[in-house]
Design a protein around this ligand. Structure first.
Ligand code: ADP
Ligand code: MG
Length: 361
């Protein structure tokens, strides 16, 4: 072992590839290359918002795991621990929603640095338990250890769905419409305000953070909700999206995921992208383009999905859901039609935890 480590560390630096050169998605692709599915029960393994494993003749489990890391996903100076706990469950529930499923069980693992007290971690768990209560989830286990760096919260979530209702990232067909729930970009501008106030506070510890008028965008960043209401609406109205993903990385990046998996393209119309008034106001104040925030910001936890045109009216009758574009046969072409009518080729540029400075688009 020692010899092995030595050999690794004496290798010339030129032989190593910085992870930032690949980015998160390419890294996962590389790591899981050659992983095969050997169990008959594995209906879907890696590659979607959750894995799918049947448990009854006509029902499937959907299983997903997500991690929140201090200094990467949250900053402890402005993230209330109760909110962090709540959010850690929500981001996982959102992945189950993306499969059209209902979250039922969660396992929570934490790595805690010694700067946190019992009371602090108690607050984190208050948030976790509140979220489990609100979403009807049983907390059934986890793991607890210390951390030599930051706080890590890892949630594994299990949900269930009728087999014929599972929605994948693959399944979008040319001429279908692309729909999105809620509004986009708010969590991103919320983060920018928190970063700004932290910067001001760091310079002058007497400065009082000025957060009162940013309530909506801060709530979207610190205490988001998963769209289980939309999944309920699909069920009640017998609407089955042809493909679906949750917007965790950003509209552009997550639209690319649907297109790549479905081998189709998409045209998104800028004027149709839903952005809340509060988001536009704050983006203007910060001198950033609100559309860029919606496209690349991420952490919206809204649902992005496709369905045939004839379902448009029914779907748009759901609270705040609207069509923002349509699917094309041009594989992997993801275009934005701007309000001026220009066509922009959208590179996948969502939140990628390995790409530096992503917080400042
Ligand atoms: P999401 O943004 O919905 O959480 P990710 O982009 O994190 O999805 O992951 C995409 C897919 O890759 C998922 O199927 C996930 O389970 C899988 N995946 C991510 N990281 C790893 C890993 N280290 N090993 C195996 N599979 C992974
Ligand atoms: Mg997801």
């Amino acid at each position: 072992m020692t010899q092995f480590i030595q050999r690794e560390t004496t290798m010339s630096a030129a032989k190593f590839t910085p992870i930032s050169r690949l980015g998160e998605f390419k890294l996962i692709e590389k790591l899981v290359d050659g992983v095969s599915v050997n169990k008959k029960l594995t209906k879907l393994g890696i590659g979607d918002d959750a894995a799918v494993i049947p448990y009854l003749e006509n029902r499937d489990y959907v299983i997903s795991t997500d991690m929140l890391v201090e200094g990467v996903h949250f900053d402890s100076t402005y993230t209330p621990l109760k909110h962090l706990g709540y959010k850690s469950i929500v981001v996982s529930v959102s992945d189950i929603c993306a499969m059209n499923g209902r979250a039922t069980h969660a396992l929570v693992s934490i790595a805690v640095p010694n700067k946190y007290s019992v009371e602090h971690i108690g607050l984190l768990y208050e948030g976790i338990k509140t979220a489990c209560g609100n979403y009807g989830i049983d907390l059934i286990g986890g793991d607890t250890t210390s951390s030599s760096t930051g706080l890590v919260v890892s949630v594994t979530i299990i949900g269930e769905v009728e087999s014929r209702n599972v929605t994948y990232r693959a399944g979008a067909k040319p001429n279908e419409l692309l729909f999105v729930s809620g509004d986009l970009g708010a969590a991103y501008v919320g983060l920018q305000i928190l970063e700004r106030e932290k910067y001001i506070f760091d310079k002058n510890t007497n400065a009082q953070p000025e957060l009162g008028r940013y309530e909506y965008i801060l709530e979207r960043q610190l205490r988001p909700e998963a769209r289980i209401d939309i999944v309920d609406r699909f069920n009640k109205n017998q609407v089955l999206p042809s493909s679906m993903i949750d917007i965790s990385d950003g509209l552009s990046s997550d639209a690319v995921h649907i297109c790549n998996s479905s081998r189709v393209g998409v045209k998104i119309f800028e004027e149709k992208i839903p952005i809340a008034e509060a988001t536009i106001k704050t983006a203007n104040e910060l001198n950033i383009n609100p559309t860029i925030c919606a496209l690349h910001g991420g952490e919206d936890y809204e649902l992005l999905f496709t369905a045939p045109i004839y379902l448009r009216e029914k779907i748009e009758s759901f609270d705040g859901v609207r069509a923002i574009g349509h699917i094309t046969s041009k594989s992997e072409e993801v275009s934005l039609i701007t309000t001026q009518g220009d066509v922009i080729d959208m590179a996948s540029d969502g939140w990628d935890s390995f790409v530096k400075n992503k917080k400042h688009i």
